[in-house]
Write a protein that binds this ligand. Structure first.
Ligand SMILES: Nc1ncnc2c1ncn2[C@@H]1O[C@H](COP(=O)(O)OP(=O)(O)O)[C@@H](O)[C@H]1O
Ligand SMILES: [Mg+2]
Length: 364
């Protein structure tokens, strides 16, 4: 049963299949349960954060077509908290169950080259970039874009993994060998004044709602804090929302889309990347909005009317990475702080263990 375009809502009591078992799936499963839905998580890892709260979990490989078939039969709709699953697997699922967002959306968002081509095709700016398939391509691209620049694997990168900064003295043959991939992009280095993201939800009937743009600070390529309101002008805010809205429409998205952007020195917005799922920079919405990103995600995927994303407080979300989780007791004693932990037992370096959102009354 493919999506027929007919807007039919899945009522509470239905089962949402979630591909991926991380904290995004965990928080989506909590939101789903609050609305009376069951969740069935599919991921390769045992004891995953999402499995602790889902009604059912299948532990299997993303390429296991038999397990995917059984999963599709046991759920009423399939969505993702992790977009890097093979498109062939998504197409396989789509033969027997509605998959939202669609395989086409994943195909674009999984690959940095597709993603940049998509935005540029809409007339939306990115850093200047080139496809890089070999050391020779890298040399040509660096000659065109200059140094510093950033070499990124086209696929599977996250939290700065799969990236090499090309500095004045970087040896390009070595950089290409170190990246260890057959498909990459080179991006001009953006000396940004800040980073923003916008999370938009789009429903089955094409309605869309945006959360307030967020100001993001990364430390060692991992998101450190997200702050709302973002210190940007009303025109920049409109422009950020306009970019997310046009992207969601052009993708014919059903679900959530997070668009990460740089604010360059001229005050213009350049798109960095997108993710068609709940996003780390939207965790503040749980404690600061009427409808949070996870509930909005559930509503969109189930064909329900979207909720009100209005923000009722100011908020700063801080990720708890690795050993930061040891601060949990202090955080619990802090007024206005809301602690969220993901149930991960091993606090490895760079691992997202939880987050804390500090709220204060909304500034006028
Ligand atoms: N072209 C660039 N210019 C300057 N900084 C960059 C560039 N690309 C990435 N960065 C920095 O690295 C961070 C992570 O890069 P990103 O492309 O978003 O990859 P990831 O998938 O790891 O999030 C960005 O949020 C930004 O801080
Ligand atoms: Mg990013």
């Amino acid at each position: 049963m493919k999506d027929s375009g007919v807007a039919s809502a899945l009522p509470p009591g239905s089962t949402i299949g979630i591909i991926g078992g991380g904290q995004l799936g965990r928080m989506a499963a909590i939101a789903a349960a609050r609305l009376g839905y069951r969740t069935h998580v599919y991921c390769p890892e045992t004891d995953s954060p999402a499995s602790h709260v889902a009604a059912t979990t299948t532990v299997a490989d993303y390429n296991d077509l038999d397990q995917l078939t059984a999963f599709a039969k046991s759920v009423d709709v399939v969505t993702f908290e992790f977009e890097n699953i093979p498109v062939a697997s998504v197409l396989h699922l789509s033969q027997s169950v509605a998959v939202r967002p669609s395989a086409r959306v994943l195909e674009i968002a999984q690959d940095r080259s597709n993603e940049k081509r998509f935005f540029n095709g809409l007339g939306i700016g990115t850093a200047p970039w080139r496809d890089v398939l070999s050391a020779d391509d890298l040399k040509t691209a660096v000659a065109a874009l200059g140094r510093p620049s950033v070499l990124k694997t086209a696929r599977m990168g996250y939290d700065g993994k799969g990236q090499i900064k090309i500095e004045a003295d970087t040896d390009l043959d070595q950089a290409w060998a170190d990246l260890n991939t057959d498909k990459a992009v080179l991006e001009g280095f953006v000396t940004f004044t800040g980073e923003l993201s916008v999370i938009i939800a789009r429903g089955l009937n094409g309605d869309s709602r945006c959360f307030d743009p967020v100001w993001n600070v990364h430390t060692r390529h991992i998101l450190d804090t997200s702050t709302v309101p973002a210190p940007i002008t009303p025109a920049q805010e409109r422009s950020a929302i306009d970019i997310a809205t046009r992207a969601a429409q052009a993708l014919d998205l059903v679900g959530l889309l997070a668009v990460e952007m740089f604010l360059d020195q001229s005050g213009a917005l350049l798109v960095n990347e997108m993710a068609p799922r709940p996003h780390n920079s939207g965790h503040w919405t749980i404690d600061a909005c009427v409808t949070d990103q996870f509930e909005q995600f559930v509503r969109a995927v189930c064909g329900l009317p979207l909720g009100d994303p209005a923000r009722h407080c100011d908020a700063v979300m801080t990720n708890l990475i690795g050993d930061d989780i040891e601060r949990w007791r202090d955080i619990l004693n802090k007024p206005n702080a809301k602690l969220h932990l993901y149930g991960k037992t091993e606090a490895r370096e760079g691992r997202k263990m939880g987050h804390v959102t500090e709220v204060k009354p909304r500034s006028p």
